[in-house]
Design a protein around this ligand. Structure first.
Ligand code: PLP
Length: 490
């Protein structure tokens, strides 16, 4: 459309979308096809992109070709390829065709579903798919949306633990008096993700009231209920108020699983909010043979798993269930005039803005719905099982090499291993493992990460990228073995 000599922008031209959309899908499909040609871990130096891009935005339109050329030559070198079949670092962050299509649809509809009225389908689909998944996980019915419970999609496990901590904090303050914040105590093991520490900082929990309970190899880094009980008793005697426990099913370092039933019993009898973080391992619990790892979840007040980790749902999609939605909304709801509407005022609907930190929210349930429908529960279970089988392959390869040892027993698809110390020299051994990590990752052939357990530097091979096959696991092991023998014989 012409306006004098200036063109008026038509940012939602259907025909342009059709043409460019096809080209973008082709671009991404080609990327998936050739993903193995890239170094898995980006090898660029800090600041590399400033040297390649102009200092200011263009005044006039550029073409899609120009932009895609820059993506190829300037952006992709600075990308670490999380979807590469040889990505074994941290925990996986799965993409899939179904998840991608859901993202596209969500972007295309472009809604902001903070209150039911702003897009009823967004709220209702979210409630339905979270109920579907609760059923697959065999969560107790108190977590389902029929009663006072329900699920909600958060952006991350960090947001999930923050919102339940705020709910628990306000519930405790309502019961014991609003001037008692400095007496509230939070419990977790030393293996709990740092997301809890951040949540405590934001929630104003006094740092000296954060009990980080020690774990060790004797329980494979799971929290001992006796230790929790002792800490609670000591705090009660000191006049403090225990109010929140975060337990783990699948810790970040080594997939430790805390004994939920025993911990939950102590938490319940002391009116402590019990949150279960199953960010990574929760996905495995849809398989009947892995469901045992969340036995005891019936004692929890809230449960979280990241569908964006190991459940083929493109980032971000973190699933949180609570038994008592009122506790959440009492901590987080606001009701300004400009958002008032009949359905909300009449209390007929869920308004997810009151279950999260931000107001605005995306239509994220679409991608989880797509994943569940296009793949189906049985295929998803087999997807998980296949990764666990591949992890056993890697584990066996490590076990057969006398230069290496498995550090903690494998439960899911993470293998924790290291070069064994020569002559019990742990310091030298830690250095060797750090060097091995650097050598392996700078090869560009695979990407693994590390952690520390009882002072030992441990290498982590987390299998769970959607394209990973047995050959990638074997090739990865060969690179690790070759780099190790070079290091050890230098
Ligand atoms: N909890 C566990 C057990 C994790 O492994 C992670 C990340 O890997 C998190 C929490 C934090 O996840 P998010 O990035 O979704 O906040």
């Amino acid at each position: 459309m012409e306006n004098g000599s200036k063109k008026v922008l038509k940012p939602m031209d259907s025909e342009q979308l059709r043409e460019y959309g096809h080209r973008m899908v082709d671009f991404i499909a080609d990327y998936y096809k050739t993903i193995e040609d890239f170094p898995v871990l980006s090898q660029v130096q800090p600041g590399y992109l400033h040297k390649l891009l102009p200092d200011s935005a263009p005044d006039h339109p550029e073409t899609l070709d120009q932009v895609l050329d820059d993506v190829r030559s300037k952006i992709l070198p600075g990308v670490t390829h999380w979807q590469s079949p040889s990505f074994f670092a941290y925990y996986p962050s799965n993409s899939s065709v179904a998840g991608f299509l859901g993202e596209m649809l969500s972007a295309g509809l472009g809604i902001v579903g903070f209150s039911w009225v702003t897009s009823p389908a967004a709220t209702e689909l979210e409630m339905i798919v979270l109920d579907w998944l609760a059923k697959l996980l065999n969560l107790p019915k108190e977590f389902m949306s029929k009663g006072n419970g329900g699920g909600v999609i958060q952006g991350s496990a960090s947001e999930a633990v923050l919102v339940v901590l705020l709910a628990a904090r306000d519930k405790a303050l309502r019961s014991v008096g609003k001037n008692t914040l400095e007496k509230l105590v939070v419990y977790s093991s030393d293996q709990t993700h740092s997301a809890l520490q951040k949540a405590c900082q934001i929630a104003g929990i006094h740092p000296e009231n954060c009990r980080v309970l020690e774990t060790d190899a004797s329980t494979n880094y799971a929290l001992r209920p006796e230790l929790f009980q002792e800490a609670v008793s000591r705090d009660l005697e000191a006049g403090l108020i225990p109010f929140f426990l975060c337990a783990n099913v699948g810790t970040t370092s080594s997939t430790a699983v805390d004994p939920l039933a025993a911990l939950g019993k102590i938490a319940n009898s002391n009116e402590i909010w019990f949150h279960v973080d199953a960010a990574y391992a929760g996905s495995a619990c849809i398989c009947p043979e892995y469901r045992q790892y969340i036995d005891g979840v019936e004692t929890a007040d809230s449960f979280n798993m990241n569908a964006h980790k190991w459940f083929l749902t493109n980032f971000d999609c973190s699933l949180l269930w609570v038994k008592d939605q009122d506790s959440l909304t009492e901590a987080l709801s606001t009701n300004p005039e400009f958002l008032k509407n009949k359905a909300s005022q009449a209390n007929l609907v869920v308004d997810y803005k009151d279950w999260q930190i931000p107001l605005g929210r995306r239509f994220r349930s679409l991608k989880l719905w797509m994943v569940l429908r296009l793949y189906g529960a049985e295929t998803l279970k087999n997807y998980i099982r296949n990764h666990i089988k591949l992890a056993t392959v890697f584990e066996q390869l490590v076990s057969q090499d006398p230069n290496f040892e498995i550090v903690t027993p494998r439960i899911f698809s993470l293998v924790c291993f290291r070069i064994v110390p020569a002559k019990n020299d742990e310091k030298k051994c830690n250095n060797q493992n750090r060097k091995l990590l650097d050598a392996v990752n700078s090869s560009g052939k695979l990407f693994i990460s590390h952690t520390a357990l009882s002072g030992k530097i441990v290498l982590r091979c987390a299998i769970g990228a959607p394209l990973t096959e047995e050959k990638h696991v074997k090739e990865a092991w060969k690179v690790i073995q070759d780099e190790a023998s070079f290091l050890l014989h230098k």
